[in-house]
Write a protein that binds this ligand. Structure first.
Ligand SMILES: [Zn+2]
Length: 209
């Protein structure tokens, strides 16, 4: 804790040295609720002795070890809507913004929207789902540099090895994506919600609901 005591690495103070400790009779300063003495540092004493704090932005009260859920969610939503929007081809995988939820086809997106729609209805609010497009990861190619440590300073890989690398890389390039990760574009949710609502209307009309 800076400011309370300073011991540089070069300083050696023995247990029985006079500087190791001083007997004090009169001290005054800030003591926190949890029993620590902070001297003139009122701020640290208050911080140490408190459990909650008030959000500078919205005034809500939250644990001092945490952050304001409300403002955090608001900022994340702003980030989402600041991303460029694209029309979804309904084939490329999509995932939920800031979440591990991935969707590999339109059917599972619509199922999820339906669940969110039902939850929102129960709570009397509008459903909101934030989906973003995923980007493919491909297996990385072999690089002749991988073996540079195994060669003499001006040494070169044998031709047969170089040829084999080319053949192997060709195979790697022809593979499907090895995995998908969240991209930087959001997808237009409007057509999906419309489709879901149209489906629900249709089911209603046909007497399923
Ligand atoms: Zn807040």
């Amino acid at each position: 804790m800076e400011g309370r005591w300073k011991v540089t690495e070069e300083t050696v103070v023995m247990y029985d040295s006079p500087e190791a400790a001083t007997y004090v009779t009169e001290i005054s300063g800030w003591k926190s609720r949890d029993g620590f003495f902070w001297g003139k540092d009122e701020h640290m004493a208050r911080y140490s002795g408190s459990t909650h704090k008030k959000c500078d932005e919205c005034g809500r009260v939250y644990s001092k070890h945490s952050y304001c859920d409300f403002c955090h969610a608001k900022k994340e939503t702003e980030k989402y809507y600041a991303m460029p929007m694209i029309e979804w081809d309904e084939t490329t995988p999509v995932c939920e913004w800031n979440d591990d939820k991935y969707f590999w086809d339109k059917e599972s997106v619509l199922d999820y929207l339906y669940d969110m729609y039902e939850d929102a209805q129960k709570q009397g609010c509008e459903p909101e789902v934030q989906l973003i497009i995923c980007e493919p990861q491909h297996l990385h190619l072999l690089d002749a540099e991988n073996w540079s440590d195994d060669l003499a300073e001006d040494g070169e890989l044998p031709d047969a090895v170089l040829e084999a690398i080319d053949v192997f890389n060709e195979i790697l390039k022809n593979q499907k994506p090895s995995c998908w990760y969240p991209g930087k574009q959001r997808i237009n949710m409007e057509p999906l919600w419309e489709e879901l609502k149209a489906d629900l209307e249709k089911e209603k009309a046909e007497g399923f609901r």
